[in-house]
Design a protein around this ligand. Structure first.
Ligand SMILES: *[C@@H]1O[C@H](CO)[C@@H](O)[C@H](O)[C@H]1NC(C)=O
Ligand SMILES: *[C@@H]1O[C@H](CO)[C@@H](O)[C@H](O)[C@H]1NC(C)=O
Ligand SMILES: *[C@@H]1O[C@H](CO)[C@@H](O)[C@H](O)[C@H]1NC(C)=O
Ligand SMILES: [Fe+2]
Length: 443
């Protein structure tokens, strides 16, 4: 089965490959053409854990997720602060799913904790097999997020992941489009194996993109079958009823993961949840609010033009009134940074919008930007890479976009951000409280 998929993809790749060696506007960097899809195989025993990844749950717990071919492996995780010394143990749950002829392995999810902040833990999945380790995020700032969207699984993905892993960070944020399995389920397993060296060491917090939907009548009518089974996020903990949108807090930052592919109109569950979630934020505890979603609300690339527009119209005011600091999107395979914007105009109290959909998937880069550039767009470049948001303290954060070079990465765009929570004018005007009454106020 796996071989057949590989042939199909090789063929697709040959069809899609065309030279994309163009020069960027700002320097003589020669943009690299797309690279091949990687398909990884499971090589160890059926009992051994594969596709291990971790995600934050609540303020001091971690969910450990992994897959075994064997159905007999128990959903247990042993852990401790010293290698080989496991004085903690937790039992979790497991699931599996079918998709046409494909039958998934046993997918385990075990939540462990309470854990101490900024501490390395060693752990083992299923009672035997190799040892893994991760570091918990700090309780207080500073904190560093790595941000990468539209990852896929090509040699460019490998390159992006290597650059992400080569410098320390605390939490990875992914604004949608993970595996590009596109119904070829073995590619979900392959993706899990490719990201394991990184996703087993640091929490990976994701939201869904269009490539996660995979809806097909009868087999997957409501979509997200593989995504929800493999990448559960802590949605219940934030009062959400769907894995497609949720929020979490980590060291002075309130992170909201929105769902571009869940209903978002004013009557929707997502809208009501977002309203309630924003209203609960205490800027003294979390001076920073970061939002992720897939289809960008602001975008000057010709790719996916206007696709985020109805969601923007529905929800932009909520984010604006709450004084959200940054909104990251994916979907467009390029990097773009806007100034602070509200309702298509520069606004010092609006969020900074960034598109970071340049993780390295097989569809290649979105090379065409509109000209002339909108004055709202401050930097744009169709190159693969990733971003880093280093939140230094309650007022200052440093953003850097790292373009993939061959064996290294190069910082091509960087900017200091100041939290809107420290802006007297923005917190006084508008309504940093997003209670029910203030939401519809005109500003
Ligand atoms: C990609 O990365 C994986 C995991 O680090 C490695 O096993 C594999 O050899 C790499 N593949 C290529 C083509 O570089
Ligand atoms: C926050 O960090 C910035 C940049 O390093 C610094 O200028 C500022 O003084 C810091 N503020 C506090 C309250 O420490
Ligand atoms: C990019 O990579 C090439 C090849 O490894 C290297 O020669 C070059 O110095 C790198 N450029 C930068 C700016 O790091
Ligand atoms: Fe997408």
């Amino acid at each position: 089965m796996e071989k057949l998929y590989l042939h199909v993809f090789s063929l697709l790749l040959v069809i899609c490959l065309f030279p994309q060696l163009i020069k960027s506007q700002d320097d003589d960097y020669v943009r690299q053409p797309p690279r091949g899809v990687i398909f990884t195989h499971h090589t160890s025993s059926d009992e051994d854990p594969q596709q291990v990844h971790i995600s934050l749950v609540g303020k001091d717990h971690m969910r450990v997720s992994w897959v075994t071919e064997s159905k007999h492996v128990k959903s247990i995780v042993e852990y401790g602060k010293e290698s080989g010394m496991y004085n903690g143990k937790a039992t979790g749950e497991h699931t599996s799913y079918k998709y046409f002829l494909y039958s998934s392995g046993k997918i385990h999810h075990v939540t462990i904790g309470p854990l101490e902040p900024a501490t390395t833990y060693f752990y083992r999945c299923g009672g035997s097999g190799p040892e893994f380790s991760f570091k918990t995020p700090p309780q207080k700032l500073p904190l560093e997020f790595a941000v990468a969207g539209d990852l896929g699984q090509t040699e460019w993905t490998n390159s992006t992941l290597q650059h992400i892993g080569s410098m320390d960070y605390d939490v990875l944020l992914l604004p949608g489009d993970l595996s590009y399995a596109d119904t070829q389920q073995p590619l979900w397993d392959s993706f899990g194996r490719i990201v394991e060296p990184y996703a087993s060491k640091r929490p990976w917090m994701v939201t869904e993109g269009n490539h996660e939907v995979e809806s097909i009548p009868i087999i997957n009518p409501t979509g997200f079958k593989a995504y929800n089974a493999r990448w559960p996020m802590p949605y219940q903990e934030s009062g959400s009823t769907s894995n497609l949108y949720y929020s979490f807090e980590v060291a002075g930052t309130h992170v909201i993961m929105l769902g571009s592919y869940a209903d978002f109109d004013a009557k929707s569950d997502q809208y009501k949840w977002l309203q309630a979630d924003l209203a609960k934020i205490d800027r003294k505890v979390t001076p920073w609010i970061v939002v992720l979603l897939h289809a960008p609300w602001y975008n000057t690339n010709s790719a996916h033009k206007g696709e985020g527009e109805s969601m923007r119209k529905a929800m932009e005011k909520l984010l604006y009134n709450a004084r959200v600091d940054v909104v990251f999107a994916g979907h467009v395979h390029a990097y773009e940074r806007f100034t602070r914007v509200y309702n298509n105009e520069a606004d010092p109290c609006g969020p900074v919008y960034m598109t970071i959909g340049d993780g390295g998937n097989r569809e290649g880069l979105a090379l065409k930007f509109e000209n002339p550039a909108s004055p709202l767009s401050l930097y744009r470049e169709p190159s693969f890479g990733h971003g880093r948001l280093r939140v230094l303290n309650e007022t200052h954060a440093f953003w850097g976009w790292h373009r993939n070079n061959e064996s290294n990465s190069v910082v091509k765009d960087q900017v200091w951000l100041e939290s809107l929570s420290s802006s007297k004018t923005c917190m006084k005007s508008g309504s940093q409280k997003v209670g029910s009454s203030s939401v519809n106020d005109e500003l």
